[in-house]
Design a protein around this ligand. Structure first.
Ligand code: DC
Length: 230
C-alpha cells in the first residue's frame, strides 16, 4: 500500500521524533520530522540577522532561501541553500525561535505545502504539532504523544548534555513550558489532539516501552487497512 499516512503530534520532548524514527524504520516507512522545517527557518533568521519584528524581512527571507529535505538510510537531512545544516538545528535558541516564528500564517502555509509535497506517494510517519489537525486531516492513524513537563524536560536536558550543548535543567524546563504555551495558544493550527487521535502518555516509560506501545498500535492499524482492502 502506497500513500499511508501516520500522524504523530504532541508537545516538545514527548519523544515524537525518536519514537517515530525507530517505528518508521521497523515498518519500512519514511519518517518526516516537521519540526526541523520550522527550525531551519529559525536558523536562517538567526544566521542572516533578520529583524524578527519586521514581518516584511521574514517574508523576504522565506522567498529568497532554498530549503531541501533528503532521506538517507532512514535519517532526515535538512539543507539550507545547498548546505547541510541538520546538526545546527537543535540548540535551545533555535528551539524557542522556531516556536516564535511558527505563529506566522505565511510561514505555516509554505511549510504545510512543503510537508505535503515531500510525503506525496510515500508511506510516512510524520511528526509535529498539527499533522492530524491540519497537514493530514485524513491520516490513516493519528497519535497524540505526551508526557509530564518534568519528564519531558529531563529527557531534553539529558539529550542536550549528550550533545555537549551547555545548559541547565531549570532553564530547559522553563523554556519548554514557554514553548508549550506558545504552541498551544497560537490561533493558527495550535498544538492540540485531533478529535480522532489516540492519546498516549509516556510518563514513566522507558524508550523501549514507548516504542513497543506505538509499534503495536501502528501494526494493528496496518493489518486493519490491509484487511479492509481485501
Ligand atoms: O518538534 P520540534 O520541537 O522540533 O518543533 C520546533 C517548533 O516548531 C515547535 O515549538 C513549534 C513548531 N512546529 C509547528 O508549529 N508545527 C509543526 N508541525 C512542527 C513544529
Amino acid at each position: 500500500m502506497v500513500g499511508t499516512k501516520i500522524a504523530i503530534d504532541g508537545p516538545s520532548g514527548a519523544g515524537k521524533s525518536t519514537i517515530s524514527e525507530i517505528v518508521a524504520h521497523k515498518i519500512g516507512f519514511t519518517h518526516i520530522d516537521t519540526g526541523a522545517t520550522y527550525r531551519v527557518i529559525a536558523y536562517a533568521i538567526s544566521r542572516f540577522n533578520v529583524n524578527l519584528k519586521n514581518e516584511k524581512e521574514i517574508r523576504f527571507l522565506l522567498d529568497s532561501i532554498n530549503i531541501d529535505i533528503k532521506f538517507l538510510e532512514g535519517k532526515q537531512f535538512i539543507y539550507l541553500n545547498c548546505e547541510d545544516v541538520t546538526d545546527e538545528l537543535r540548540s535551545p535558541k533555535i528551539s524557542s525561535l522556531s516556536s516564535y516564528i511558527s505563529k506566522f500564517p505565511f510561514v505555516r502555509k509554505k511549510l504545510t505545502h512543503m510537508q505535503r509535497k515531500i510525503a506525496e506517494d510515500k508511506n510516512v510517519i510524520m511528526d509535529g504539532r498539527d499533522i492530524g489537525t491540519k497537514v493530514f486531516k485524513n491520516a490513516d492513524l493519528k497519535i497524540f504523544l505526551t508526557a509530564s513537563l518534568d519528564e519531558r524536560a529531563k529527557r531534553r536536558y539529558e539529550e542536550l548534555e549528550k550533545k555537549e550543548i551547555k545548559t541547565n535543567f531549570e532553564y530547559v524546563r522553563k523554556s519548554m513550558k514557554e514553548r508549550d504555551t506558545n504552541d498551544s495558544k497560537r490561533s493558527l493550527s495550535p498544538l492540540k489532539p485531533a478529535t480522532d487521535a489516540l492519546i498516549i502518555d509516556t510518563t514513566g516509560n522507558t524508550l523501549e516501552k514507548s516504542v513497543d506501545t506505538i509499534l503495536k498500535i501502528v501494526r494493528d492499524k496496518l493489518s486493519e487497512l490491509i484487511n479492509n482492502k481485501k
